[in-house]
Design a binder for this molecule. Sequence first.
Ligand code: HEC
Length: 106
Amino acid sequence: MKLSSLLVIPAALLLFSAEGGAQDVASVYKQRCAMCHGADGSGNTAMGRSMKLKDLRAAEVQAMTDDQLYEVIAKGKGKMPGYEKSLGADTCRQLVAYVREMGKKK
Ligand code: HEC
């Protein structure tokens, strides 16, 4: 049981990136950010709750400028790692736009 679920996860990730392309921002978010911030940005995950994350869709976060959001995503802040080196500046910019999209969906 355990072994089979360990095999399913990488297979699903492979299918996922083959479908959307490795740089597809939604899949980047799911792979890199959702474990803390939740797939919907709510922060309602075990990690998110333990770090007392804000809802990324909340007015407080959406009130930040694009540059401020970029700064956190690219350089990191507190317990959040920075992603500029691993993902590149362009993808970090797209993640800012993705955070805005989630804000509109609430
Ligand atoms: C290890 C858990 C973790 C991961 C993974 C993570 N974050 Fe964060 N994130 C945090 C924490 C903690 C903060 C709050 C930092 C602070 O204010 O000290 C934060 C803050 C933010 C903020 C600023 C809003 C706020 O709540 O202060 C944005 C935007 C954000 N993260 C987006 C992302 C994106 C996009 C990714 C993926 C590329 C990501 N995060 C990955 C933990 C994480």
